[in-house]
Design a protein around this ligand. Structure first.
Ligand code: FES
Length: 237
């Protein structure tokens, strides 16, 4: 195993060659906000919340898909980064319906946590949200597309951990949606194993267990982390 040495916010940090900057930073106790990243899944760098500045010219790059390198100089907390992170979160709130007070994930939502972390106190963009469908055709779970931020954690956990490949993304740009089995109702899916990993992976209230209450979804991601670590394929209890 080759160890490389880099600087993160002026702190000398050692990391394994091939590690990401996000992993190296978190291992060194430096927190970088992230939404599409979920430990144990392949990173796709789609949410852009984990932006950091690297190198001399200080270009911004997502920490979750940037590999560590010997001598890399990384900044995680500059005024420019704080501005961009707040903008990213504001755009997510403007694109969907994220009325926390009436959401089942209120109090256990990573988007809500991110808004607090970046100091968002208002949305500076016009709301773009057009009402989308809520699919409750599955006997155990539902998907509210209004609350989806397209992080694709459900798609990746279904593929990489459960091996079912039920979830995918249909459409492009503003019309992109997560979809089950080429956009059939979830309840008609022939591939879904009802394991519930997609629900546990969801950072917002977009995917939910139909019996969920706010307290009922507490700790779902803790449970998923242990499933990912163990690569278990257990059905939802
Ligand atoms: Fe890195 Fe989303 S967590 S881009």
């Amino acid at each position: 195993m080759t160890i490389v040495t880099l600087q993160i916010d002026g702190k000398i940090v050692g990391a394994r060659e091939g590690d990401t900057v996000l992993h190296a930073a978190r291992s060194a106790g430096v927190d970088i906000p992230a939404l599409c990243h979920l430990e144990g899944l392949t990173d796709v760098g789609s949410c852009r919340l984990c932006l950091v500045e690297v190198g001399d010219g200080k270009p911004m790059t997502p920490a979750c898909v940037t590999a560590v390198a010997e001598g890399l100089d990384v900044r995680t907390d500059t005024e420019r980064l704080r501005f961009h992170r707040r903008t990213v979160v504001e755009l997510m709130f403007a694109a969907g319906n994220h009325a926390c007070a009436v959401c089942v994930a209120n109090g256990d939502c990573e988007l809500q946590d991110a808004a607090v972390a970046v100091g968002m106190d208002h949305v500076g963009f016009e709301y773009q949200h057009k009402p989308l469908t809520v699919d409750v055709s599955h006997e155990l779970f539902g998907v509210d597309h209004n609350r989806c931020i397209l992080c694709t954690r459900c798609v990746r956990v279904c593929d990489e951990i459960e091996g079912a490949r039920t979830w995918g993304v249909s459409g492009r740009g503003a019309d992109a949606r997560v979809a089950t089995d080429l956009d059939q109702p979830w309840g008609d899916s022939p591939t879904c194993t009802s394991c519930g990993k997609c629900v546990m992976a969801c950072p917002t209230g977009a995917l939910f267990h139909r019996g969920d209450t706010v307290s009922g979804i507490d700790h779902r991601r803790d449970r998923l982390a242990s499933l990912i670590a163990a690569r278990e394929h257990k059905p939802w209890p």
